[in-house]
Design a protein around this ligand. Sequence first.
Ligand code: ZN
Ligand code: ZN
Ligand code: ZN
Length: 491
Amino acid sequence: MTQCDTLELAIIADVHYVCKAEHICPIPERNAHLGRELLRRALRRIQLSGAPDALVLMGDLVDDGRAPGAEHDLAALKEELENVGVPTIVVPGNHDGAPERLLRIFGDRPGVHEVKGYLLITFADRYDSDDRAERSQEGLALVRDVASSHPGAPLIVFQHNPVYPPIESSYPYNLTNASEVMKVYSENGVVLSVSGHLHSGHKLICADDVGYIICPALCEDPFRFLRIKVRGGEISVQEEALKMPKEPPLVDVHVHTQYAYCATTVTAQGAIERARKLGLSGIVLTEHAGHLYVSPKDSGRIIEKPQLLRRYRSEGRDRMRAYRKEMEALRSSFVRLGLEVECDRNGELSLLEEDREGWDLLVGAVHMLPEAYSENVERGFMMVTEKLLQRGVKVLAHPFRLFRRHGMETPRHLFRPMAKLLAAYGVAAELNFHTNEPDPEFFRLCLEEGVPIALGSDAHALYEVGEFAPHIEFLRKLAVEGNLKNILFYP
Ligand SMILES: [Zn+2]
Ligand SMILES: [Zn+2]
Ligand SMILES: [Zn+2]
């Protein structure tokens, strides 16, 4: 066995998910209805910064495992793990119902898991009717056995309830025989003990050469999880929150709604809820203007046949007014109202004259070029973009994505001219990761030319709203000095 390798773990605790289960979570702070989505967000974040060697779920995956239907919620959470490709270890919690069922659904068992030469031991401690958990004598014997058959090996142990420090509360947080457990841990080479259950969590502390940490609940604000690195007996912990920092203020300038034909789960109401919970300072609803005029079948034809807009309006078939009316009711200093517009073959916006006024923001996008430019895409791209800028958009959505989408090489020689064009019109460049990989060089040039950067989720699904970690990391890598606020676009 080699212990010189670094073991990287991601730890997620207390999801308390409720969807299909016949149960209403009595504690709104648990955000029970968001559990699955929070897990997905955490998993995406974990993948973004490099997959760990193992993911450990610390229990209380659902809020009431005994409620009829809870098994569907557990299965839904398991489904989220499927595409992650990271070995997952599961520790049952007091809310999960029968531990055997939980472990069966997740394909795990309590006991020893060997990962990268490290020995990870999980426990399914039993609860009495008052929710008190005790470590069994067999559980303690297991630690001694593993230690004696692997002399000198650092052990890492996982259990739902905290062992140490003692939690002052009328509720029994700690294992009832915690001091006995601690003695066995310290005498048998346990380097780290990980728990959940106490939703506020607790930072890493040491007692008798054993490190003890309590992972905070994913389900409660600010939606935290842990990344732990173990190298021999050395431990480093990084706590991450899904909630965005207050500074700089972050505004999502590009969010779709239930009116988009390409929407999956996004709704205006749901997006606003996420934006608030995840710490954004504001959100702009920017529906595809074309989708608000014509049918799905015609939505790809409005560039070549701009007269369709007028036709749908005069036939009373468009949804522009319905969208405006419905969204108007949600409008506030936090929720702004806008559109994502395109340019047609005549160089006009995909927006009827009488609908131009009253928006907080027009985001301009080049999703396709008029056929006339099919022979000279680069020239067409620059011309259509300039038309958008002339027609009053304040943000250019996903610059250069057109090329990627059409399987063409990105014309990097246009980065500087495009940045200059945006600067000349005072229009922001949108940083957008929705099916997109923005080029750092383009944004570096934008900053050089003084072009503000707009943050857009381009959310078509709810889990995309309020996740600006990739955006922030991207800007940090560009070595933006000082407060990001100075370079960000605010509507
Ligand atoms: Zn819990
Ligand atoms: Zn618990
Ligand atoms: Zn969009």
